[in-house]
Design a protein around this ligand. Structure first.
Ligand code: SF4
Ligand code: SF4
Length: 107
């Protein structure tokens, strides 16, 4: 999992709006990032659905990971997603691309 985390930091955190100009996360100790919390589940989801369209993988993300996330309400609404403020949702295509690059030995 360390190679995936390293690649995510290099490719996703580096461009995330919540990182500084060195790509270091600026979230405080009271905040958490779903990309880090759920990375093993994200990698598993991408591997299980490697031949699916991105939109279908993103739908499964909501059905498997978002339902577990405390930020989402029982009715399925997530205020962070609504505000484009969840890095997992915001950068999902880049995350999928990054995981695929690790799997193909490209990063
Ligand atoms: S919020 Fe998440 S994706 Fe963004 S810099 Fe922090 S750990 Fe990386
Ligand atoms: S979109 Fe919302 S429910 Fe889904 S992982 Fe992000 S914060 Fe959690």
């Amino acid at each position: 999992m360390n190679n995936y985390l390293k690649a995510v930091k290099e490719n996703v955190c580096s461009i995330c709006v919540d990182s500084n100009d060195k790509g270091i996360c600026t979230l405080n100790s009271n905040e958490s990032c779903a990309v880090e919390i759920y990375l093993p589940q994200i990698v598993e989801l991408i591997h299980k659905n490697e031949n699916e369209k991105l939109s279908d993988i993103q739908k499964k993300l909501k059905e498997t990971i978002c339902v577990e996330c405390e930020t989402q309400s029982e009715s399925g609404v997530c205020y962070l997603r609504e505000d484009a403020n969840c890095s997992l949702d915001r950068y999902f295509s880049l995350i999928v691309e990054t995981i695929n690059r690790v799997d193909n030995g490209l990063t």
